[in-house]
Design a protein around this ligand. Structure first.
Ligand SMILES: [Zn+2]
Length: 122
């Protein structure tokens, strides 16, 4: 049902945790399986230097959170803002259709964190 990449990111999630004094924090949730995802950003010179996440949720939510952190690190704020939920799901070689709503959290949480960063640093 899940691809090897999903299983890998679920079993060994990357960048789990929190960032003290994060430059931006984003939190989103979905009602259908009760997933809650929180993303913390460290930004320097408009580049995302570090991303950490805390996710309470199903395997798909954890795998997509992990993947989105890897995709965001090293990108500029503007590049990260155009990262889509579809791109995250594709990077994991796809998700079961029933789990797409979970993957829809990852990029949203990242975008919320960037919005928070922009509000604090404009
Ligand atoms: Zn879920």
């Amino acid at each position: 049902m899940y691809t090897d990449k999903v299983m890998d990111h679920f079993s060994n999630p990357r960048n789990v945790g929190e960032i003290d004094n994060a430059d931006g924090v984003g939190e989103v949730g979905n009602a259908s399986c009760g997933d809650i995802m929180k993303i913390f950003l460290k930004v320097e010179d408009n580049i995302i230097k570090d991303v950490k996440f805390k996710t309470f949720g199903c395997g798909a939510a954890i795998a997509t959170s992990s993947m989105v952190t890897e995709m965001a690190i090293g990108k500029t704020i503007d590049e990260a803002l155009i990262l889509t939920n579809e791109a995250v799901a594709e990077a994991l070689d796809g998700l079961p259709p029933a789990k797409m709503h979970c993957s829809n959290l990852a990029a949203d949480a990242l975008h919320e964190a960037i919005k928070d960063y922009k509000e604090q640093h404009s």
